[in-house]
Design a protein around this ligand. Structure first.
Ligand code: FAD
Length: 308
C-alpha cells in the first residue's frame, strides 16, 4: 500500500541525503549558470488537473525506451510555463509503486513533443504567466533524470523545503508594502476635520498590522538562517514561515484596504492589487492546510525520536 504523499509531506527517512544528490555535476554545469545569470528562467511542474494537494495522484507517465524515456501527460498551472527554458517535471515511471514510482526529469523548452496549453486568467499575480505543459510522446534522455528513478517525490518535497521560504518572503514583501500604504494614507486622509490616523480605531489596526509584519519577518529570517546552516530537517520551519507569512499577508492586505475605505477598493490605489496578490501565497507551494499537516507530522516525528 503506497504511503499518501501530499504537496508537502516528507515521509521517507534520509530524504535530505537523497535530494542532495539530485543534480549531477554535468546537469549543474549545463543548466545552473544559465539560471543564475538570468539568461534562462526555470519552472517546476508537479500539479495536474486531478493531482494538487494529493500529489501522489499524478498521471503523467515516463516510459523507458532504451536510454530514453517517453513522457505523456499534462501539467496544470505551472508558474513561468511558456516563459521558462528549463523545466523540472515530476512523472510516474512505475504506476504500480504509487508515490515510490515517481521520477523527476529536466525537460528543455523546444524538446519535440513538449508544447504549452492554456494560459490562465488569474485573480492576482497577473504579471506572472501560469500555463499548462503538454507532453505527447516527448523523448527525454536518461541523463535528464533528477536524482534517481523512483525518487521523484523526494526531489519534489525537498524542492518545496527550499521554495516555501521564497513564497514566505513574497508574502512578507506584499504585507510590508500594504502596511506602508495604509500608514501613508492614514496621515493624508482627513475626516471629521482630522487625519484618520488620529483615530484610535485606525491606530489599533495599524498597530496590529505592523506587529504581524514584524513577527512574520522574524520567522522568515529565522527559516532562512536555519536553511543556510546546511541543516537537513528544514521541512517544519520552511512550512511554518510560509504558513505564517502568507496568513499575515492576507490579513494585513485586507486591513490595508479597510484603512483606505472605498478608495482602497478602487484600482487607483495599490492595496486592492496587494490583497489579490496575497491570496496566492496561501495556496501555492502547498496550501496552508497542507503546511499545517507538514508541521504537525514533523512535531510528532520529533517527539517520537526524542522518546526513542
Ligand atoms: C497561480 C498558481 C500557480 C501555481 N504554480 C505552480 C507551479 O509552478 N508548479 C506546480 O506544480 N503547481 C503550481 N500550482 C499548483 C498549486 O501548488 C496547487 O494549486 C496547490 O498545491 C493546491 O492544489 P489544488 O489547487 O488542486 O487544491 P486541492 O488539493 O484540490 O485542495 C482544495 C482544498 O482542499 C484542501 N485540502 C486538500 N487536501 C487536504 C488535506 N489532506 N487536509 C486538509 N485540507 C486539504 C486544500 O487545502 C484546499 O483548501 C500553482 C497554482 C496556482 C493557482
Amino acid at each position: 500500500m503506497p504511503k499518501r504523499i501530499c504537496a508537502g509531506s516528507t515521509s521517507r527517512k534520509n530524504t535530505a541525503d537523497w535530494a542532495a544528490g539530485s543534480w549531477t555535476d554535468e546537469q549543474k554545469q549545463k543548466y545552473l549558470p544559465r539560471v543564475a545569470s538570468g539568461q534562462s528562467l526555470a519552472a517546476f511542474a508537479l500539479t495536474e488537473a486531478n493531482a494538487g494537494s494529493d500529489a501522489g495522484a499524478i498521471a503523467t507517465t515516463a516510459t523507458k525506451d532504451g536510454d530514453d524515456y517517453i513522457l505523456n501527460g499534462t501539467k496544470q498551472w505551472i508558474t513561468n510555463g511558456g516563459e521558462a527554458e528549463i523545466y523540472s517535471v515530476v512523472t510516474k515511471t512505475d504506476k504500480s509503486k504509487g508515490s515510490r514510482g515517481a521520477t523527476a526529469f529536466i525537460v528543455e523548452k523546444g524538446t519535440p513533443g513538449f508544447t504549452f496549453g492554456k494560459k490562465e486568467n488569474k485573480m492576482g499575480i497577473r504579471a506572472s504567466a501560469t500555463r499548462e505543459l503538454v507532453f505527447q510522446d516527448c523523448r527525454v534522455p536518461k541523463a535528464n533524470i533528477l536524482g534517481k528513478e523512483g525518487l521523484g517525490f523526494i526531489v519534489a518535497m525537498k524542492t518545496f523545503d527550499m521554495s516555501r521560504p521564497g513564497v514566505a518572503a513574497q508574502a512578507l514583501g506584499i504585507a510590508a508594502g500594504a502596511l506602508d500604504e495604509a500608514v501613508k494614507y492614514s496621515r493624508e486622509r482627513r475626516q471629521f476635520g482630522k487625519p484618520i490616523c488620529s483615530f484610535q480605531g485606525v491606530q489599533f489596526m495599524l498597530a496590529d498590522m505592523a506587529t504581524q509584519v514584524e513577527a512574520a519577518r522574524a520567522l522568515v529570517y529565522a527559516a532562512a538562517r536555519y536553511i543556510d546552516t546546511g541543516a537537513k530537517d528544514v521541512s517544519k520551519i520552511s512550512a511554518m514561515c510560509k504558513l505564517f507569512a502568507s496568513d499575515t499577508a492576507m490579513r494585513v492586505t485586507t486591513d490595508a484596504v479597510q484603512v483606505l475605505g472605498g478608495y482602497g477598493y478602487m484600482k487607483e490605489y495599490p492595496v486592492e492589487k496587494m490583497m489579490r496578490d496575497a491570496k496566492i501565497t496561501q495556496i501555492y507551494e502547498g496550501t496552508n492546510q497542507i503546511q499545517r499537516e507538514v508541521i504537525g507530522m514533523n512535531l510528532i516525528k520529533e517527539a517520537a525520536s526524542k522518546k526513542a
